[in-house]
Design a protein around this ligand. Structure first.
Ligand SMILES: Cc1cc2nc3c(=O)[nH]c(=O)nc-3n(C[C@H](O)[C@H](O)[C@H](O)COP(=O)(O)OP(=O)(O)OC[C@H]3O[C@@H](n4cnc5c(N)ncnc54)[C@H](O)[C@@H]3O)c2cc1C
Length: 509
């Protein structure tokens, strides 16, 4: 039976950070159980601009959603099955969560996770976070930035991470190496240097190995049962702690298959309840977005970092903390979802994607079978919030996008609005369109949320330990109590850094 001080389940975004930090101490041994293969020498993974080619492929767990009566039931949730996890699959847009995001966590019971306490972890990150390089700034994306500024009067932002903002338009910061478009994913930044130098004999990577059940001795986690690439079944033991970093879908999935979760649900499936924790799988969050597409007057230049290099934040409600509407600008016609409604993809085009920074609808991940091979169900309950805040945000977004499209210097590029089309103008029709073509930007989070001991649905305490158990913590996007207004990856990396600090007792300040 292999034994290590720490067993990290999931060599993804947070898991890579934790494994790297723990093995800085040569006396500490760490095993990483990772379901996917290595990303080393994989140009298809390491080249940022090839990200779309990974969706739905061999390196994607590709989770369907349940029927979404008010949304799009056809959304597939990409989750990466490769070292580096979703940071090896994603677009690497790199936003430090806003102070209001962290303070909201603290106000929701995550003591010690307020903005002032979290600031130092951003400085610790090893990823190469830089603004989209000049050579990658496409002419039409530049003109989108200028047109949005002209139409809405929002400030132009050069470096979104320099200071907190409530609105603004500009090119993103990305975690990448502009000279060769190589990712600066969690694995590239935190693991590759040590794999290449061979200077971490205390770090064992068990790749293409699936963790299917946690081993508990009473309330103490002892390790995890895994199946290796060759089909061998092993118990990998942790002398000190098990760290679950399998992401917002697979972390609650693993817990529930191990008998840790809502008693009633587990009993109904015939899973022996080891520890009744009603919050496991609840509070499923995401950033839904819709799309409006224009045909352009011919081809647009080719250069780009990853085809969605600029974006816009708007604050509609001055009382709101931070932005309450966001847009990605795609220099491609993103018609995958509208095509299902009969729209055609123009040969050349661009898209704006109104996105809800702080959606109010909450979903749930749950099991449908006791067989660990069966994918869990993801019910996001998109657009089900009582006041229809989420649906109305998308309608506002389409209207604002049209204002920008009418403004120069963007207007002269655009030949016609393809979808929803200029004839769709009423709020109800716009809402129907926006919800039916809604997509995800792949930000599931919150399914093992952090909270105080008074919060019955909290799964982990502010020190990331699983409530009621010993020797086990969770560190990944599942611990988010609420969704940051910005893209979450940097927040996940900071969760990883903070978890490592909690484990090693080192102090970043
Ligand atoms: C296509 C796409 C685009 C995105 N774009 C952006 C963006 O531009 N900016 C941004 O901020 N965020 C973006 N995100 C979201 C962001 O990447 C994720 O929120 C973040 O990476 C999640 O990190 P994590 O550590 O929680 O999980 P992951 O990084 O998914 O890590 C989980 C790891 O665990 C492994 N694993 C899971 N279950 C098991 C098991 N049972 N046994 C063994 N291994 C297991 C997986 O293989 C994976 O490597 C995007 C995501 C996707 C998919």
């Amino acid at each position: 039976m292999p034994q290590y001080d720490y067993v990290v389940i999931g060599g993804g975004t947070a898991g890579s950070v934790i494994a790297s930090r723990l093995t800085e101490n040569p006396d500490v041994t760490v095993a990483v159980i990772e379901g996917g293969p290595s990303d080393i020498d994989r140009d298809d993974v390491l080249t940022l601009r090839r990200w779309m080619g990974l969706l739905g492929g061999d390196l994607d767990y590709d989770y369907p959603t349940t029927e979404q009566p008010r949304g799009n039931s056809h959304i597939r949730h990409s989750r990466a099955k490769v070292l580096g996890g979703c940071s090896s699959h994603n677009t690497l847009i790199a936003f430090k969560p806003l102070p209001s995001d962290w303070d909201e966590w603290a106000a929701n019971g995550a003591e010690g996770w307020d903005a002032a306490s979290m600031e130092p972890y951003f400085a610790k990150l090893r990823n190469n976070v830089v603004a989209v390089d000049e050579k990658d700034r496409n002419a039409i994306a530049r003109d989108f930035v200028d047109a949005a500024q002209a139409a809405l009067g929002v400030p132009r932002v050069e470096g979104f991470n320099k200071k907190p903002f409530k609105d603004g338009v500009g090119f993103f910061d990305l975690a990448y190496h502009p000279e060769n478009n190589k990712r600066s994913s969690a694995s590239v930044a935190y693991l590759h240097p040590h794999i290449e130098a061979g200077d971490r004999p205390n770090l064992t990577l068990m790749l293409e190995t699936w963790a299917y059940k946690l081993e508990l001795d009473g309330t103490r986690a002892r390790g995890v049962h895994v199946r290796t690439k060759d089909g061998e079944e092993l118990l990998v033991e942790a002398g000190r702690e098990v760290l679950v970093c399998a992401g917002a879908v697979d972390t609650p999935r693993l817990l529930m298959h191990s008998g840790i979760g809502p008693r009633k649900d587990l009993e109904a499936l015939g899973i022996e309840v080891v520890h009744d924790l009603p919050g496991v799988g609840e509070n499923l969050l995401d950033h839904p977005e819709s799309v409006i597409v224009w045909e352009t007057n011919g081809p647009i230049p080719e250069n780009s970092a990853m085809d969605s290099d600029a974006g816009l934040f708007v604050q509609r409600d001055p009382e709101f903390q931070g932005p309450d509407l966001m847009f990605h600008f795609y220099q491609i016609p993103f018609t995958d979802n509208p095509e299902r409604l009969g729209y055609e993809r123009p040969e050349h085009g661009v898209s704006m994607t109104p996105n809800i920074p702080k959606p109010k609808s909450r979903g749930r991940v749950y099991l449908t079978s006791k067989d660990p091979e069966v994918k869990p169900a993801l019910d996001f309950r998109y657009f089900t919030d009582e006041d229809d805040y989420d649906g109305r945000t998308l309608v506002d977004g389409i209207k604002i996008a049209r204002e920008i499209a009418k403004s120069e210097p963007l207007a002269h590029w655009l030949k016609r609005e393809v979808c929803p089309g200029p004839e769709v103008t009423g709020d109800e029709e716009l809402s129907e369109y926006a919800r039916k073509v809604a997509h995800t930007v792949y930000h599931p989070a919150g399914t093992c949320r952090m909270g105080s001991s008074a919060d019955e649905l909290a799964v982990v305490s502010p020190d990331l330990t699983v409530r009621g158990l010993d020797g086990i913590r969770i560190a990944d996007a599942s611990v988010f109590p609420t969704m940051p207004a910005v893209n979450p990856m940097i927040g996940v990396l900071m969760v990883g850094e903070k978890c490592a600090e909690l484990l090693t007792g080192s102090d970043v300040r």
